[in-house]
Design a protein around this ligand. Sequence first.
Ligand code: G4F
Length: 329
Amino acid sequence: MKPRALITGITGQDGAYLAEHLLERGYEVHGMVRRASTERFERIVHLHDQITLHQADLLDQLSIVNLIREVRPHEVYNLAAQSFVPTSWVQPLLTGEFTALGVTRVLEAIRLVDPSIRFYQASSSEMFGAVREEPQNEQTPFWPRSPYGVAKVYGHWITVNYRESYGIFACSGILFNHESPRRGKEFVTRKVSDAVARIKLGLQEKLRLGNLDAMRDWGFAGDYVRAMWLMLQQDKPGDYVVATGQKHSVRELVELAFSHVGLDWQDHVVVDPQLFRPAEVNTLRGDASKARRVFGWEPAVSFPELVQMMVDADMERVRREIAGQQLQP
Ligand code: G4F
C-alpha cells in the first residue's frame, strides 16, 4: 500500500517542492486548497494528474475534520499560513487565525480522527526575532518581532504540546529563509531576481527596497523539503532547525544578483523608507547540527548558486513573456 500524505498550503513554493519529493518516493499525495476568487495553481499545474486536491480551510474546523476523515493520511504537512511578514501588521488577527489557531485546528482534527497520523508543522526562524544568541538552535529562546512571528511561536508550542499531551508524532521544523524560482515576488530574493531580469531586458529602470542591512540565512527550498520529510521518518518526533549556517545581507544579495547579469546595483536600487518594517529582525543564522546528526541532512545549494538559479530563471521567464507579447497581433 502506498503511504498517503496530506499537504496544507500545497499551492505555495514549499508545497510544490514537497509534493514532487513525496511523489518521487511513491506517496499518494493529497493537497488542501482554500477557495479564492483568483485560483493560483501555477506551481503545481505540472502535477495535476498525480495529486488530488480537496477544498477545506484552516479557518473552518469541520472542513479539516471531514478532509482528514476522507483522506485518512499517514502524514500531514501543515505548510499553509499567512506567511508574508509585513501583511501581519496590516492583518494581525487574520494572521493569528491562519498561522496560529490554524495549527490547533489541524492537530484537533488529527486527535479526533486518528492520533497515529504523523504531523509536520512549518515553524519559522522569525520566532527568534531579536536573537538571543548566534547561531540559533532548537534551545535558543524566542523573541518574535512581528504578529507573524508571534503566531508562529504559538504554532510551534501547540505542536510541542499535542506531542506531550496526547503522544501525537508531531514535529516542528524551524526553517530559516528558503527560496527558489517558485518564491512569491513579494519576498526580497524573488523581488530582486525578478527586477534584475526586467531591468536587464529593458522593462524596468529602478528597484525600490527597504532595509539593505538585514541579514538572513538563505537556503534553497528544494533542499529544505527533504528535511521536512526526514523528520517524519524518524523513530521519535522532535523539533529541528533547518538552515545553512551562513548569513548574508540584503545588500550582498542585491550585489550578487545584479553582477550576475553584468549590472551595477547602485545604478538601479533606491532605498524606500516606506518599506522599512515597524520592528525588524536584523539578523538570523541557524545551527542545523541536530538535523545533520539525527538524519544526515545537509543543504546542497550554496547562496551564490541560489541567487544565480533565481536570476537565470527570471531572465528566461521574462524573455519568454517579451517574445509572447511580440507574437500577439
Ligand atoms: O524576504 P522577506 O520578506 O522574508 P522574511 O521577512 O525574513 O520572512 C520569510 O522568512 C521567514 C523565515 O525566517 C518565514 F517564516 C516567512 O514566512 C518568510 O518566508 O524579507 C527578508 C529581509 C527582511 O529583513 C526585510 O526587511 O529583507 C528585508 N527587505 C529589504 N527590502 C525586504 C525588502 N523584504 C521585502 N519583502 N521587500 C523589500 O523590498
